[in-house]
Design a protein around this ligand. Structure first.
Ligand code: CDP
Length: 210
């Protein structure tokens, strides 16, 4: 079974995907990490995420080895990831890593922006996870604060809206729900409630498909 989980920043994709992967015994890929990895490598070399040729070069030979998870989660890397993600050559270079992961025997759970639309249009179950920009900004602010990065709510909300606009507005694989995706709005839901809803959707889709 292949489960595709898409949605905007801090909608709850990561938590829900990890919980689904554990519940159904499937491997999980956080595809945002790949884009963050490209951004991280560029920034570490003092290069701009807007440098298209450099970004494409990094993506083609991307190694995630030696990059700490925490270093990938900063607001700076997240914003730069969204810039490199609009680069078609970068998306092309990262496509096969994601596609191969999805097609492994037994299936997988992948979360990102374009899993149900581009990477795996044939996924068995597609979830589109969303929440209000205000709630997502609050969640990401708390997540960053727990890692020692303090950002005001106003700045976080502005960054959230900027990233949403860039991810949805790009020409190549824009963020949008696949036509056959199931919408899951996590606004006001606890983690447990959101995960329960996601499992219910997966079970319903599976039993409907027989
Ligand atoms: O965790 P958060 O929702 O902030 O973002 P992420 O999933 O780590 O992804 C970081 C950035 O990578 C996003 O803003 C997207 O621009 C890009 N991305 C993408 O274009 N396609 C994907 N499948 C995953 C991420």
């Amino acid at each position: 079974m292949i489960i595709a989980v898409d949605g905007p920043l801090a909608a709850g994709k990561g938590t829900i995907s990890k919980a689904l992967a554990a519940h159904y015994g499937l491997p999980h890929m956080d595809t945002g990490k790949l884009y963050r990895g490209v951004a991280y490598r560029l920034l570490a070399q003092g290069l701009s995420p807007h440098d298209q040729a450099a970004a494409a070069g990094v993506a083609k030979s991307l190694s995630m080895q030696g990059i700490e998870d925490e270093a990938l989660r900063t607001a700076e890397v997240g914003a730069a990831a969204s810039v490199v993600a609009a680069n078609q050559a970068v998306r092309q270079a990262l496509f096969h890593l994601q596609r191969d992961f999805a097609l492994q025997p037994g299936g997988a759970v992948l979360d990102g922006r374009d899993i149900g639309t581009v990477v795996c249009p044939e996924a068995d179950v597609k979830l589109y996870v969303s929440a209000s920009p205000e709630e997502r900004a609050r969640r990401r602010q708390a997540e960053l604060s727990a890692m020692g990065e303090e950002i005001s709510y106003e700045t976080m909300l502005a960054q959230t809206i900027e990233r949403d606009t860039r991810d949805s507005g790009r020409a190549d694989a824009p963020l949008r729900p696949a036509e056959d995706s199931h919408l899951l709005d996590t606004t006001g839901l606890s983690i447990e409630a959101a995960v329960d809803k996601a499992r219910l959707i997966v079970d319903q889709v599976r039993s409907a498909k027989g």
